[in-house]
Design a protein around this ligand. Structure first.
Ligand code: AMP
Ligand code: MG
Length: 347
């Protein structure tokens, strides 16, 4: 299936969005009554993990919903304390600070996320790499500056996921080179969404949607006969959707070149980098992934974005329950071959 999203009016403005919600949860006009508890829909957003995290619960008892919501937000905050590289005391910061010196004992959660990241790094031949930090930092998307080529080459030597060593039995992680760093920016939000969902279920909630800055996980249904519906943002027209998706007990995430970017000499420089060159990936405008978990959807959206449609579709082909919607660099919308019937709707 192919539709066009090209538009001549586009690309006229530079801008930088720290935490754009890539996917939006769509509600009918009646949903402005979301807080109307007689309908049993509860919706709350908080700024966590440097983005807006939204939890929606439907068809639950108000008391149960309130308690579950609070517990789920606490869980997101707990994950952030473990994994944020902006927090000096997080486990991830400790791993980076002791790079080349000593291994760090980490929680099962941090180990799980790092192992999963490494699994996808190997699977993609390095298109996904959580050691990109030293190169990523050279890009100033707000200031619109391209890094110096020499400095970029120098810092690229510090990027290599194969030099992350871990020991599952002792739950330790070690970076082989003192100049290496770990950045879970392309996986931790998805994981946090999954953890929040676990907590909601444990608290007795069956129908929920958690959106951690565009990395989402849906459970159950919005209403008895109506599934959760998520709008896929047009990569070049703000506030426009290219399609709607109805995920059924699945994770969904989008990576786009319109989140953090600047334009220079007609070129778009954005925040999803090819780890082998340290420069922005050029194959896609946006990639939306449906997957069994939000963590996998989060990682794979970034990974397929780097790989492009041909290699990206090949990568996900054998992954159960994983599907991709790609807006390629020309603006064409491509669906992976086994895209499930009924999940995609017109905008
Ligand atoms: P996302 O918006 O989920 O695609 O994640 C993008 C963020 O992940 C960036 O802001 C970087 O911190 C980091 N990142 C960029 N490119 C990659 C990559 N190829 N592999 C892993 N992380 C990346
Ligand atoms: Mg991602």
């Amino acid at each position: 299936m192919e539709l066009s999203t090209r538009d001549p009016k586009l690309e006229t403005r530079n801008f930088f969005l720290l935490s754009t919600l890539l996917l939006s949860v769509l509600f009918s006009p009646l949903d402005s009554l979301a807080q109307n508890q007689t309908r049993g829909v509860f919706r709350q957003s908080r700024i966590l993990m440097g983005t807006s995290v939204e939890i929606i619960i439907s068809r639950a008892h108000p008391k149960t919903a309130e308690k579950a919501m609070e517990a789920a937000f606490q869980e997101v905050e707990r994950i952030n304390r473990l994994m944020s590289h902006y927090r000096p005391e997080s486990e991830v910061s400790q791993i980076s600070r002791h790079a080349g010196k000593k291994e760090i004992r980490v929680s099962p959660e941090t180990l799980e996320v790092i192992e999963r990241a490494l699994y996808f790094s190997r699977l993609s031949g390095g298109a996904f790499d959580i050691t990109l930090g030293p190169v990523f930092r050279l890009w100033d998307f707000r200031g619109g500056k391209i890094p110096d080529g020499e400095k970029l080459r120098e810092n690229l030597k510090r990027v290599d996921y194969r030099r992350i060593k871990f020991d599952r039995s002792r739950s330790t992680v070690y970076l082989d080179d003192p100049r290496m760093e770990v950045d879970l920016g392309a996986i931790a939000k998805g994981y946090a969404a999954d953890r929040a969902c676990l907590v909601l279920k444990k608290e007795g909630i069956e129908n929920f949607l958690v959106n951690a800055g565009g990395d989402m996980r849906a459970g159950g249904r919005k209403e008895k006969e109506i599934p959760w519906t998520v709008g896929i943002q047009h990569p070049r027209l703000r506030s426009h959707f290219i399609a709607r998706i109805q995920p059924q007990n699945a994770g969904i995430a989008t990576s786009g070149d319109y989140e953090k970017y600047f334009l220079k000499d007609g070129q778009r420089y954005h925040h999803i980098l090819v780890p082998s060159t340290g420069r922005p990936a050029r194959e896609c405008q946006s990639v939306t992934i449906l997957a069994p978990t939000a963590m996998d959807a989060d990682v794979l959206a970034t990974t397929v974005f780097v790989l492009g449609s041909k290699k990206g579709f090949a990568l996900i082909e054998d992954l159960p329950g994983v599907h991709a919607l790609i807006v390629d660099r020309r603006g064409s919308v491509l669906l992976s071959p086994k895209w499930p019937a009924g999940v995609l709707l017109p905008p």
